[in-house]
Design a protein around this ligand. Structure first.
Ligand code: HEM
Length: 107
């Protein structure tokens, strides 16, 4: 059976959604409290405010990483595939390209 394309569109919104919101690390750094808590994992910005009291690893560890790049801590824990899947729910945008660390020369 042929797949039926979604109809009812005026054609302007076809294709892949490509708009990405970029955040400066400066912006992320301000969200470092229980009221608003963002963190960065692998160049992506996550708003984990509503996840704080659901995190199986506790809210304290998230607070420690509040407003900063938590990639290393996130990986050190060896989070499950499930945990990685959960990230999507909290994704709000990408780190601004100017704020990304160079890929090489990591200390
Ligand atoms: C949005 C980001 C995060 C999500 C969605 C997340 C999710 C989870 C989940 C689902 C678990 C249960 C075990 C598993 O499935 O792997 C877990 C455990 C844990 N997480 Fe996270 N986590 C996040 C960020 C972090 C960060 C930044 C840290 C920093 C250290 C951290 C530390 C831990 C620890 C210590 C545990 C407990 C491990 C254990 O008891 O074996 N998590 N997390």
């Amino acid at each position: 059976m042929a797949a039926v394309e979604a109809s009812g569109s005026d054609g302007k919104e076809q294709g892949i959604e490509t708009s990405v919101t970029y955040y400066r690390l400066e912006e992320v750094a301000k969200r470092n409290s229980l009221e608003e808590l963002w963190l960065v994992i692998h160049g992506r910005v996550y708003d984990v405010t509503r996840f704080l009291n659901e995190h199986p690893g506790g809210e304290e560890v998230l607070l420690e990483q509040a407003g900063v790049d938590a990639s290393e801590s996130f990986e050190d824990v060896g989070h499950s595939t499930d945990a990685r899947e959960m990230l999507k729910q909290y994704y709000i945008g990408d780190v601004h390209p100017s704020d990304l660390k160079p890929q090489s020369g990591n200390k």
